[in-house]
Design a protein. Structure first.
Length: 285
């Protein structure tokens, strides 16, 4: 092998090594670009999927919040009832009549006071009968308003009659104490049954019913006996039979039924119920 051939072979090896290194570099660069592009696309796809998932989660959360808000609004609308009923107007009439009756008794105008009390007694019977006969006239507010009107009327009359000396003071104290306890219990029930947020506006909103009262039979009998005793006491100076034995006996009967009526709320069950709570909430006062 001559010198020229050896030189050609050496040059060929050098050229092959040069081109091999060049192609290898280009291959590595091209492969690196492909890998980089693949990783970038994969990262972009991952971010895109994450954004879609996040958007779906936000939409679901917004829809869930909207459903909950709508449900709360619907519950409030459903629980708001019509308070403009005849029985409620009659109860309000008794409440407004109480101060005027007290004024008549203190003025010793017993005859007008007696007739006005008879009207109040008939209105008490009428509102209960109307509410039981026509369901559209019944309301949860009426279950609170009726006993409050009765207790306000009876308490005002007892205080006025005790002031003029027609009713014993111990009996008046017994009646007033019992009524204060029952009204305080009803106020606590209203607060306890009111869902959050518990604001003054919602607490004193009569259309927002949250609880329902169910007076005991003894309490109803006691109210009738109290009104009868007051009517007899008012009639005594008009028809001149003050300190009659029947009045004295009715005084003791009124005291006994007042005690029994108060105890019936402590002993009896189902005297009230919450309207919003699903748990067992029927207890006594």
């Amino acid at each position: 092998m001559n010198h020229f051939t050896i030189l050609c072979l050496k040059q060929s090896k050098t050229l092959n090594k040069y081109w091999l290194e060049k192609y290898l570099k280009q291959y590595l660069i091209y492969h690196a670009k492909i890998c980089s592009t693949g990783i970038t696309n994969h990262h972009k796809n991952y971010i895109k999927k994450e954004n879609i998932t996040r958007k779906k989660h936000n939409v679901s959360r917004t829809m869930l919040q909207g459903i909950k808000q709508t449900k709360r609004k619907v519950e409030i609308i459903i629980e708001k009832e019509n308070i403009w009923t005849v029985p409620n107007f009659l109860c309000m009439g008794r409440i407004l009549t109480s101060p005027y009756l007290s004024y008549l008794i203190l003025s010793q105008d017993y005859q007008i006071a007696l007739w006005l009390l008879v009207f109040a007694g008939f209105s008490d019977l009428a509102d209960g009968w109307i509410a039981r006969t026509w369901s559209s006239q019944a309301s949860k507010l009426g279950t609170f308003l009726d006993p409050v009107a009765d207790k306000l009327l009876v308490g005002t009359l007892f205080l006025s009659l005790a002031w003029v000396g027609l009713v014993p003071i111990p009996l008046t104290c017994l009646v007033i104490t019992r009524d204060i306890v029952l009204i305080s219990a009803a106020s606590y029930i209203r607060y306890k049954s009111l869902p959050s947020p518990k604001t003054f506006a919602r607490y004193f909103n009569p259309t927002y019913a949250t609880a329902q009262l169910a007076p005991t039979s003894i309490s109803k009998i006691n109210t009738a006996i109290q009104l009868s005793f007051i009517a007899g006491t008012l009639a005594a100076p008009v028809f001149h039979f003050v300190n009659h034995p029947i009045l004295i006996a009715s005084c003791y009967i009124t005291a006994l039924t007042t005690l029994a009526g108060g105890l019936s709320y402590l002993i009896s069950k189902n005297t009230y119920k919450f309207l919003r709570k699903k748990t067992s909430s029927k207890t006594s006062f």
